[in-house]
Design a protein around this ligand. Structure first.
Ligand SMILES: Cc1cc2nc3c(=O)[nH]c(=O)nc-3n(C[C@H](O)[C@H](O)[C@H](O)COP(=O)(O)OP(=O)(O)OC[C@H]3O[C@@H](n4cnc5c(N)ncnc54)[C@H](O)[C@@H]3O)c2cc1C
Length: 354
């Protein structure tokens, strides 16, 4: 029985293959929500609310039930963005019982750069001031960093009538990349984001470049927080490369006293290692890519899998890295029937994308 909240909304989607889309929804959201499924209905429950999706007469009937207007908008957007993504190139229609009420995205925060510093030779920290830091304390760690084109008045994203986000294009196109809030400085009302510097010859890296070139006073926006909360288990295995290091460092910094943590972190060399203060007990192993044999790219995933096999069954397994590595770790966990509520496995970047 789902909790009934005050803020409700319904929608109808017309996919070409509704049964397949329902399968895709369940497969995807199982990483982010509790998913209850029977033949023609899926119920997705998270702290943002409940989405019930019912397959009927070749349509998907959607009912959203959320504790606030804010979360209702966010759940609608998340469902809409995913449904259109799953529809791909095929024709797809989605209509809602109520028009989108807020033109402005409720979880978008305009922020200003206050300081930029190098944590290590390849990790650049950008501190931003934010009028309301409360949503960033505890809970979800990730944001979309939105950078307007230099020298232009920013045109921020708005809602489309189907609930998706309309991103400005042409000269107003925004740079959008996923990052982690590394730390929240409540007293100064500042958020820290650590950007790995991974420039390569002949490849543009706009996210990394932004951090290298920004200056105090520059304005940008953060969308979130969302997708991936701080795990609060008393026994954890944390694995990742530099893109995941900000999240791993934050988890380690915010665990409850006495938590037992094992971490495996891949960086270029010892200069990229960081101090990882914690109230828990931490055993950390740094892997140095510089010493890998030429062409080796599976070492982190292999080490993660060996550590999973050696770990106790109630260990919370948290892994974020390149796409292929994350996929191979996820399939090992699946084959071991690891409790889905005790794992977070995500790919944070993809090798060799243009
Ligand atoms: C939820 C989430 C949280 C994240 N948090 C952080 C964070 O806190 N700090 C952080 O630095 N990154 C983080 N990332 C990863 C970051 O979003 C990607 O690395 C992103 O691709 C960087 O954008 P870019 O514009 O610099 O490079 P892109 O334009 O996306 O890619 C350019 C080229 O760089 C390569 N590339 C991209 N990322 C990496 C990498 N990490 N190592 C080596 N090559 C790479 C690509 O294969 C491509 O060839 C996070 C990702 C997710 C999904």
């Amino acid at each position: 029985m789902s909790t009934v909240h005050e803020f409700q909304l319904s929608g109808i989607a017309y996919p070409r293959d509704p049964a397949h889309m329902l399968d895709e929804i369940c497969e995807h959201f199982v990483e982010h929500a509790e998913v209850l499924r029977n033949a023609d209905r899926a119920v997705l429950k998270s702290s943002f609310g409940t989405a019930s999706i019912h397959l009927q007469d070749k349509r998907l009937l959607i009912d959203l039930n959320c504790p606030s207007e804010h979360s209702l908008q966010m759940v609608r957007t998340s469902i809409a963005e995913h449904l259109f993504f799953f529809a791909g190139e095929t024709a797809f229609d989605l209509a809602w019982s109520e028009p989108v009420s807020a033109a402005r995205l409720p979880d978008m925060h305009e922020v200003m750069v206050t300081a930029v510093e190098d944590v290590t030779p390849h990790m650049r920290r950008v501190k931003v001031s934010c009028a309301d830091i409360t949503p960033f304390v505890g809970g979800d760690m990730h944001v979309r960093v939105i950078v307007p084109p230099k020298g232009r008045q920013p045109v921020w994203p708005r809602y489309r009538t189907d609930g998706r986000i309309a991103w400005p294009d042409g000269e107003d196109e925004l740079l959008v990349r996923a990052y982690t809030i590394r730390a929240v400085d409540v007293e100064r009302r500042e958020l820290w984001i650590d950007f790995f510097q991974h420039p390569m010859p002949n490849v543009t890296t706009p996210g990394a470049d932004f951090a290298r070139n920004c200056r105090p006073g520059d304005r940008l926006a953060l969308l979130g927080p969302g997708s991936g909360s701080l795990p609060m288990s008393s026994r954890m295995l944390l694995v990742g490369d530099e893109s995941a290091l900000p999240a791993i460092a934050r988890i380690i910094a915010e665990v409850a006293p006495g938590a037992d943590i094992e971490a495996i972190i891949e960086v270029e060399d010892s200069l990229e290692e960081q101090p990882l203060p914690t109230k828990g007990t931490l055993k950390v192993r740094w892997l140095h890519r510089r010493h890998y044999p030429p062409g080796a790219k599976d070492i982190l995933a292999d080490q993660a899998k060996a550590a999973i096999v050696a770990s106790a069954h109630n260990t919370f397994v948290w892994v974020a890295c390149e796409k292929e590595g994350a996929r191979s770790v996820r399939s090992l966990l699946k084959s071991r029937k690891h409790d889905r509520k005790s794992m977070y496995v995500a790919w944070y970047w993809e090798r060799d994308i243009a």
